[in-house]
Design a protein around this ligand. Structure first.
Ligand code: TXA
Ligand code: MG
Length: 319
């Protein structure tokens, strides 16, 4: 695997059916030509991702919507893409015949996103094809926000493209869109309140009747470090067990026996917390002195919903 900043080289590899990890504004993706089913199959193999978990297709121009989504394209797609693209919003809509079944795990819908990230857009333009890319981590493990997080977890990638920094730090909001309105499948930095400004919000997934599979992004355990992780609020006293790592979101800290502390923010600024969350997980995972991790919860308002979604999935196994 080589690591570098060469867009043209990365694009050539994608066109030739290879795998390239690349940064986006949310997390690093592991990309392949979305229209080449054999290339896409390699993504599942390298990530050890179960074949029932569908991938997101990345695009750089609005026209691509009309080749990937079945017509008629639902009215809300234009509203959502006008409001939030390029950006951290993934739209799930009935797919066209062009989209290979391996991408959608056999579902009748496909997930599409236009990233707001210079390097990702330059790669999409140079490759001249839509790029299928899940987060570039092993299935169930921590999403990568830096090139070194990718190389830690994955081998057998042809190229790791470096470029503009990852700014947001948690994955895109995923919404299913149908005539009736839209339903949030995975919370992200774009909140349900933001979406409700432009499209009616549904209480149920409009595609539930056409697929028995819930979005695997809703799996209860995901994004988990390889060490036990617990919520600080579940602790009965104010002393941490020996060899604990501590992740907090402000300068206040009464648990002073932690062996290592990662502060995602000085002031509970949730944008900062989101951008540092996976870096905190990786730091604790990589530190051999840390045997278990405690993390401070945040309030489930605004971006706090997405942050708690990721934290709850990381602590779930240890509950
Ligand atoms: O920010 C992001 O979305 C990043 C960057 C690389 O774009 N990608 C990402 O991909 O997080 P991944 O594979 O880790 O998450 C994609 C989510 C999964 O939860 C998957 O189940 C869901 O999108 N998804 C994909 N296609 C779907 C579909 N047709 N119906 C429902 N959910 C779908
Ligand atoms: Mg992922």
């Amino acid at each position: 695997m080589t690591i570098g900043k060469d867009i043209e080289k990365a694009a050539q590899i994608i066109r030739a059916g290879g795998l390239v990890a690349f940064p986006t504004e949310t997390v690093y993706g592991l990309g392949a030509n979305a229209l080449n089913p054999i290339a896409v199959a390699k993504i599942f193999e390298v990530k050890k991702r179960p074949s029932f978990d569908p991938l997101i297709v990345h695009i750089h121009s609005y026209d691509e919507i009309y080749s990937l989504f079945a017509s008629p394209v639902c009215q809300w797609v234009e509203k959502l893409s006008d409001a939030f693209w390029p950006g951290p919003l993934t739209i799930v809509h009935r797919k066209s015949a062009l989209v290979p079944h391996i991408i959608t795990s056999g579902l009748e819908t496909v997930a599409v996103r236009m990233p707001a990230h210079k390097t990702a857009i330059a790669l999409l333009q140079a490759a001249q094809c839509p790029i299928a890319a899940p987060s570039a981590n092993r299935f169930g493990q921590i999403s990568p926000t830096e090139a070194k997080h990718v190389t830690k977890q994955l081998s057998d990638i042809d190229y790791v493209l470096q470029g503009e920094k990852v700014s947001l730090g948690i994955e895109s909001t995923v919404v299913a869109v149908a005539e009736q309105g839209c339903f949030v499948l995975r919370p992200g930095v774009i909140t349900a309140e933001d979406i409700q400004q432009v499209v009616p919000l549904l209480q149920h997934n409009p595609y539930d009747d056409v697929s028995s599979l819930a979005s695997p992004g809703l799996l209860k355990s995901h994004y988990a470090p390889s060490k036990p992780m617990y919520l600080l609020s579940d602790l009965n006293n104010t002393k941490l067990p020996p060899h604990s790592g501590l992740i907090v979101h402000s300068n206040e800290n009464k648990w002073n026996n932690a062996i290592k502390v990662f502060r995602t923010s000085a002031t509970h600024d949730y944008k900062e917390v989101a951008s540092q969350l996976f870096a905190a997980f990786h730091t604790m995972e990589d530190d051999d002195t840390v045997q278990q991790i405690f993390i401070e919860p945040v309030k489930e308002i605004g971006i706090g919903m997405a942050i708690m979604d990721r934290i709850n999935k990381a602590v779930f196994k240890y509950k």
